[in-house]
Design a protein around this ligand. Sequence first.
Ligand code: PHE
Length: 337
Amino acid sequence: IQTEALEKIGQAADTKELQEIKVAYLGKKGSLTNVLRGMGKISKEERPVIGEMANKVREAITATLNEKSEKLELVALEKQLEKEAIDVTLPGRPIKVGGPHLLTKIVEEIEDLFIGMGFEVREGPEVETDYYNFEALNLPKGHPARDMQDTFYLTNELLMRTHTSPVQARTMREFDGQKPVKMICPGKVYRRDTDDATHSHQFTQIEGLYVDKNVTMSDLKGILDVFAKKMFGADREIRLRPSFFPFTEPSVEMDISCKVCGGEGCSVCKGTGWIEILGAGMVHPNVLSMAGYDPEVYTGFAFGMGPERIAMLKYGVNDIRQFYTNDIRFLKQYHNA
Ligand code: PHE
């Protein structure tokens, strides 16, 4: 029995097998237990001899079992340690960090620039009333110029704002027709356009408004000149061309000078060496008086620009959809711009 048991213990591969062997030899129905049970049938003289032998066998088996069990536990522990080992000399995996969106950066850059010139940053609602989006801006119902901006209407009176100009009217209202207003307003705007490389049904604008006594067109030109040079470089020139907006009179569009490029992939500065970047003008007397300002006393200028267009010019982005499709390869290029 002993030889057989010790051999089996030696071959056991895990603690479960070891437990089975223990039961088979030392358990209630185990073979050694059977021998001890049979003692009654043996003669008095033989009993101590057999008894001693059986005890020795039990001791031997138990000792070997314990020894083997310790060994197996050690092996299992080593295996686990090996599996969980960490090679601290391996180079770490870089953690992926995000960064601000190119558009966010441009808007913040423009904000900082105007804050530096004494403008306050304001906001207005994207769901706007027909009144503020159009009527208060000298665009009564049925005015043909309403078609300049194809509109998403929600109800008869509610719409998605087509520009940030309603914030002009809202701010002047808030300022009671008394105090000077000097603010910019960045925000999202919406138009019923078919998306392509230069159109998006949703894009952003930054509105500017300066109303006070004696504000003139040369104030407008001066501020826009500073803006263009700080944004694009000191060597840039600006020019104002006559234009039309119902809420400004006179109205202008501003171009900045650019180096002419040519050929495939050139979308930035074709042909003339000038590129249009914003609309502006002197606030129309009707807009001033509807908002409670006396146009005999107060004058003002306003402008509206598209940060996408500015970012496209500054960084040579040639498709406005890049700002909204969020291809990580596009966005990543500008994390350190
Ligand atoms: N709101 C005009 C547009 O979206 C831009 C503009 C703003 C023009 C302010 C003049 C003054 O086209």
